[in-house]
Each structure stands twice: as C-alpha cells, then as structure tokens.
Design a protein around this ligand. Structure first.
Ligand SMILES: O=C(O)CCC(=O)C(=O)O
Length: 291
C-alpha cells in the first residue's frame, strides 16, 4: 500500500465562495465536507417527481445504462449538474475550470438489503489525478437508517487495495470491497436531508448500508474534475464543461439536452455510456453489469 498526498494542481484553496476556510481545510485534511444546503425540500421533491415519472415510463425501474450520465438525457439533470451553489463549492476545492465526468442515480428501495461496499471512487475510472470531487445530492432523506454514506476521514491520502466480490446486493459495478479491517478504522456518517449535498474526494473511502426504512433512499452523484484531467484507460471519453474554459480538450464536451430524451441526446448518451462501461469494466472478471 503506497501513500499519496492529495495535491491541488494549479489551484491553491483559501476562503471560498460557498465553503468557509474551515470547511475547505476539512476537505483537504479529511477528504469530505457535509452537509451543504443546496436545494429546498420542495425543489428536491420536484426532482423526485420527475425521476419517478421517468421510472413509470420505463415500467417502474430505470434500466441500468440510464442511471448513469442521465444529465445528457434530461434538461433538469443537466441544470442540477450546473447549479450555481454546487459549482461555487466545487470551485472552492478545485479552481474555476471545471468538467463534470459523470452522474449516477443511487437508489435503495424501501426495506431493501442493497448496500454500497467500502471503496475509493478513482480505482476504476482511469482519471489522471486525485483532485476529482464527488458530490451526492439527496433527492430523498438519507439517514443512517435508510443507508446514508459514511466515510473514513483521511483515507484519501492512501491508495487501498480492493477485492471484487460481485456480491449481488452490492450496488457497485464489480461489488468492490476495500481489503481493510473496517472495525479498526474510525468512520463518520454523512446523513442528509432531501436537498442537501455531501462532498468527498475521489480517493476518500466510503460506503453505505441497507435501507431499513419504509421510504426509498434516492441520491444523485456528480463527479467534477479540473479541465487538465486526462483519461488514462481509453483513447476517447466525454465530459460536460460546466464552468470556465477548457484549454486542454482531453474530453469531448457533451451537448446539453434541449428536451427530455431528444434523439441527438439519446445518441450521444449511448456513445458516452458505452465508452464509460468499457473503462469501468476494463479487465473485469465477470460481465455482471450494474451500469
Ligand atoms: O449511494 C451510496 O450509498 C454510495 C454512492 C457512491 O459510492 C458515490 O457517490 O461515490
């Protein structure tokens, strides 16, 4: 296991636009900040209604490939990805030129045993630096009982080995689990009210337990990175330019959807999500796909 210090590339954080100095220091030293108020509960509920209408269109459940990169398909998700307060906070952490690599819906049904194994995000994404910021927007309340995320503070300074279990209740693409004794680590849970957002560094170890409540636990994650990031596992990849300028052009910029599921968006989404699956499943033992 080798140690790696998080570094901030071209950007040196100080007092932020949204995050105060203490929150930025916590992110740098501990690898997470939560909760940040972003949407009102009414706005979060509106997102839930739109998601559930879309699920109804698909017979009650989204197909796996649509849970990922849906900002390419729906203007409301593209708008949420570009929410000014979220981007101000991301800018506080990685500077003003920002791409969003991906978005993922994380849905645990009421009383479900689904969980997310302990993992570090960057392991399978091929992104060239550890400045990537993952944010998780609570579309419904995420409490300890409904399986909110927990993190291991400071773990972003380590690169940890993962086992690939392909355990069916583990929502991760390969059923990843960190090869560490969790009981020996200190853990912090990040409960969120609907509309609140958590931020964690792409190397911060995190996971979540089952949903023991009578309501669905619905979250939507976005993964933001500085424009100088490169994709190391594939010749071609895409990302959305959400703030500033991109003088590197390492990723093809995703077009913004003009209306839900319009044909050119669906076409680009297929290109983008096929490429992402190639990256995420590179070298995988099994073809069991959750995305
Ligand atoms: O939804 C969860 O519990 C985990 C989500 C996650 O792993 C992530 O957003 O990186």
């Amino acid at each position: 296991m080798s140690a790696q210090q998080i570094h901030f590339g071209e950007y040196a954080p100080g007092m932020g636009k949204v995050l105060n100095e203490g929150q930025i220091r916590q992110y740098v030293e501990q690898g997470w900040v939560s909760p940040i108020d972003v949407l009102s509960s009414d706005q979060a509920f509106e997102c839930r209604v739109r998601l559930e209408e879309w699920e109804q269109m698909r017979g009650g459940k989204l197909p796996a490939h649509e849970r990922s990169s849906a900002h390419i398909l729906f203007p409301w998700i593209d708008d949420l990805m570009r929410n000014g307060k979220i981007l101000d906070a991301v800018e506080d952490l990685i500077g003003p030129n920002i791409l969003c690599w991906n978005s993922v819906f994380w849905i645990k049904e009421a009383e479900s045993e689904s969980y997310v194994g302990w993992h570090q995000d960057l392991e399978y994404w091929g992104l060239s630096n550890s400045e990537v910021v993952s944010i998780w927007v609570a579309i419904s309340d995420a409490s300890e009982a409904s399986g909110c995320m927990s993190v291991i503070p400071g773990s972003h300074k380590e690169i940890m080995a993962h086992d690939e279990t392909y355990e069916s209740k583990n929502l991760l693409s390969r059923g990843q689990e960190l090869r560490i004794d969790i009981s020996r680590r200190s853990i912090v849970s990040m409960p969120l009210k609907a509309g609140q957002v958590s931020f964690h560094n792409v190397r911060t170890a995190h996971g979540s337990g089952p949903n023991t409540t009578g309501d669905r636990r619905i979250g939507l994650s976005f993964h933001y990175m500085p424009t100088y990031t490169e994709q190391t596992l594939s010749e071609w990849d895409s990302a959305s330019l959400v703030r500033g300028v991109d003088k590197y052009n390492n990723f093809e910029h995703c077009p913004r959807p003009r209306k839900p599921l319009d044909s050119s968006s669906v076409e680009f989404h297929k290109l983008a999500s096929d490429a992402m699956r190639e990256i995420i499943y590179k070298g995988a033992d099994s073809n069991q796909r959750t995305l």
